[in-house]
Write a protein that binds this ligand. Structure first.
Ligand SMILES: [Cu+2]
Length: 178
């Protein structure tokens, strides 16, 4: 049996070598086919990636629980303060959580320093020197302000930093002593 098998096998090898020997064109064609299929697979990978990120983006902003609000616990409109200013952030009807997962009835605080009274609903709060994130569920902060009048706003946002808008924001003026 082994001998019978080995003969056709050798014949096949001979045929294969004949083919490859006679056809440079065949080899080239095979190569280009391979390249094309690689490109196709790369494209499909890219498509799945963008599909994934789209899914993440499309994840809806959680609804604001009825009656939920945020407020400055220790500061009131027009208050005179000294820098660094201690800020206590309060929330009722919604829980303060770490950034990351998007959960219902949950989010974290942001402070906007002279950067408007709120961030548009659904828009991610920018991350810069005038937009402070408290993504570790902090409820207290100490901020350094120059002397004079400043507008500070508390903005609540979901786990992906997307603003809950003006309904979960609160803004006040403070006067910082020299
Ligand atoms: Cu944030």
């Amino acid at each position: 049996m082994k001998k019978f098998l080995s003969i056709p096998a050798l014949l096949l090898m001979g045929l294969v070598s004949c083919n490859s020997g006679s056809g440079n064109e065949t080899t080239t064609a095979a190569d280009s086919t391979t390249t094309t299929s690689t490109d196709t697979s790369m494209t499909s990978t890219d498509t799945s990636h963008s599909a994934m990120s789209m899914t993440t983006t499309v994840d809806p902003l959680p609804a604001i629980p009825k009656g939920a609000k945020v407020f400055f616990k220790n500061l009131k409109e027009g208050q005179t303060v000294s820098s660094p200013v201690k800020v206590e952030m309060g929330a009722t009807g919604i829980s303060v959580d770490s950034a990351g997962a998007i959960k219902q009835s949950s989010g974290h605080f942001h402070l906007l320093i002279d950067a408007g009274d709120s961030t548009v609903t659904g828009v991610a709060v920018p991350k810069d020197s005038t937009h402070l994130h408290f993504g570790n569920a902090q409820k207290k902060a100490s901020i350094t302000l120059t002397p004079g009048k400043h507008r500070i706003a508390l903005q609540f946002a979901d786990g992906a930093h997307r603003s809950y808008g003006g309904k979960l924001a609160s803004a006040i003026d403070v006067n910082v002593k020299k």
